[in-house]
Design a protein around this ligand. Structure first.
Ligand SMILES: NC(=O)C1=CN([C@@H]2O[C@H](COP(=O)(O)OP(=O)(O)OC[C@H]3O[C@@H](n4cnc5c(N)ncnc54)[C@H](OP(=O)(O)O)[C@@H]3O)[C@@H](O)[C@H]2O)C=CC1
Ligand SMILES: CC(C)CCC[C@@H](C)[C@H]1CC[C@H]2C3=CC=C4C[C@@H](O)CC[C@]4(C)[C@H]3CC[C@]12C
Length: 499
């Protein structure tokens, strides 16, 4: 994972200035000083008093440069080269290796070289056919039209480091319900005529190929748009082309008024996730009839995604939207990684069905449902406390709050509430524990024949642990001593008494 927080940190110390000035000079749009604040804007952060206290400021300039090079150039290159292959590895393993990574590796390494092995694997991937491209284009256009047409209140996102307040149409939940109803309606009425959504399962290699190709080019477009035609002042270059492509050059780009991240993350990515697990359920039903393990996994994922869309406006105040710019990481991630990796447990279960029996199925279902509830309640506690300015109850008591002051980049002072009770009093990122437990609950129905159905879980653990560090650094920079106060009160990052 690229340590962007660290990269930002190093840039703030001046190591990235040369590149930044060059970039600023070349596009002339960023309007930043030479102090290198542009990238920090991408981190959704602000000037803070806490920055001077960081231990790594004492590192030697050579070491800092090396870290900067690793974080901003080497890691992004490796990720950009590796992850588009990863989704194909998963497809290849499920379809050609009986779901076994071991068989997949044996096949790849049995060639003259690993490169030949990977090339051979890619040769099995079909280029997208007309039906697949038509379905994907129709789905993308449908999502855009619905974003505009469906009713919803206009809601304000959090104020950005440059002082902008993005506005969104809060119609995600209606969109989700309408889309699922359409999916099941079409599946029911068109099956007698020989049309089934399982074509998406059968031709998933084409789907991944098409999404990969489109997304890589789309990210290039976003990179250029951020440099030459940004939608807001929350944009600019770090001076490093690779990092800019990976991380993005705009915080919330809009194209013809459409919010790009709302489209890629929610309306395409998250909705696509829901539709794909439904496709897997249909395919599994066609092949084997009702299979309880598939049911448990699909049911939990759908409840989770329903919860996501119910809370979509709250998602606008999370790291993805406030911190991450629209680049390869978030946009390619939501357009390709979610369909390719996040849906892998049920993709695997189609060809490796397992009968769990009622007691086990019920156990996984109940544990998963509890995990969803805890995760949701944690997200809601934060939202409720901030929405009511602390005038609410958390677990039946007045919330414990820290009134944290911070500054925007333009020097304007603001105040925000940090909740230090409820789930946010257990650990600073306790809500990641139920998130991980849940992923386990929808993967474990595949039982333990292979690692593949746990790929998402493994990725999630890495992502969330890394995120605890990233977010702590971001908040320490933003809130300075107020964050330290919170850390004193709630000393653990994620797991009480452990981590
Ligand atoms: N399945 C997946 O792949 C993933 C799922 N998730 C889920 O997405 C949801 C959002 O998570 P995530 O994006 O990581 O962000 P969080 O919900 O953890 O939001 C982090 C932000 O919340 C604010 N904050 C931090 N501590 C407090 C506090 N004590 N009181 C009030 N506000 C606080 C800070 O922002 P501010 O600047 O406003 O103070 C901080 O930057 C979670 O449910 C998580 O489990 C997350 C990542 C991956
Ligand atoms: C390029 C890749 C190595 C990494 C791509 C990662 C992204 C696909 C994911 C990073 C963070 C993820 C999410 C954050 C928070 C979410 C809220 C939750 O309620 C639903 C899931 C999600 C939207 C989730 C989706 C994937 C990421 C954007």
């Amino acid at each position: 994972m690229v340590d962007t927080a660290e990269a930002e940190q190093l840039i703030r110390q001046g190591l990235g200035r040369r590149g930044m000035r060059r970039a600023n000079g070349s596009n002339g749009r960023s309007g930043t000083s030479s102090s290198g604040r542009e990238l920090s804007a991408g981190a959704g952060d602000v000037l803070s008093e806490g920055i001077q206290g960081y231990g790594r400021l004492t590192q030697s300039p050579g070491l800092q440069r090396l870290k900067l090079f690793l974080n901003m150039t080497v890691s992004p290159i490796l990720l950009i080269a590796f992850v588009p292959n990863l989704v194909i590895f998963i497809w290849f393993t499920v379809v050609h290796c009986d779901g076994s990574y071991w068989t997949m590796l044996t096949k790849l390494f049995s060639q003259r070289s690993i490169i030949t092995g990977i090339a051979d694997m890619w040769r099995l991937v079909n280029t997208p056919s007309t039906p697949v491209v038509s379905i994907l284009v129709a789905y993308g256009l449908y999502a855009l039209v619905m974003m505009r047409l469906l009713p919803g209140k206009m809601v304000k996102g959090p104020v950005t480091p440059k002082g902008n307040v993005p506005v969104y149409k809060d119609n995600g939940f209606v969109y989700y319900l309408v889309t699922l109803a359409l999916f099941w309606g079409l599946t029911y009425f068109l099956r007698p005529y020989g049309y089934t959504p399982s074509i998406i399962y059968d031709r998933f290699d084409e789907v991944l190929f098409a999404l990969n190709a489109f997304s890589l080019v789309f990210c290039l477009f976003l990179y250029l748009k951020g440099l030459f035609a940004p939608s807001s002042s929350d944009s600019g270059s770090s001076g490093n082309v690779i990092f800019d492509y990976y991380w993005g050059t705009e915080l919330y780009p809009r194209i013809f008024g459409f919010d790009v991240k709302l489209f890629t993350n929610c309306r395409f990515g998250m909705m696509g996730w829901a539709l794909l697990v439904c496709v897997h359920a249909v395919k599994s039903y066609e092949l084997h009839g009702f299979v309880d393990s598939m049911f448990v996994s699909v049911a939990l994922q759908l409840i989770y995604i329903t919860k996501f869309f119910w809370w979509e406006a709250g998602y606008m105040s999370t790291i993805d939207i406030m911190v991450d710019r629209a680049g390869f990481y978030i946009c390619w991630g939501c357009l390709v990684y979610i369909p390719g990796l996040y849906t892998s447990p049920t993709f695997y279960m189609v060809s490796q069905p397992v009968i769990l029996g009622l007691p086990l199925a019920a156990l996984f279902l109940i544990c998963g449902a509890v995990a969803i509830w805890v995760n949701y309640e944690a997200d809601m506690q934060k939202q409720m406390v901030r929405g009511s300015n602390g005038n609410c109850l958390v677990w039946g008591r007045k919330p414990e709050l820290i009134h944290a002051r911070y500054c925007l980049e333009n020097g304007q002072e603001k105040e925000s509430l940090l909740l230090a009770s409820g789930w946010w009093g257990m650990a600073r990122h306790f809500h990641y524990v139920p998130e991980i437990t849940l992923a386990l609950c929808w993967s474990i129905p595949a039982l333990f024949h292979n690692i593949l159905p746990y790929s998402y879980l493994i990725f999630l653990v890495i992502l969330l642990v890394h995120r605890t560090f990233r977010d702590d650094e971001k908040c320490a920079r933003k809130y300075g001593s107020f964050w330290q106060q919170y850390c004193k009160k709630v000393p653990h990052k994620m797991v009480p008494y452990l981590f």
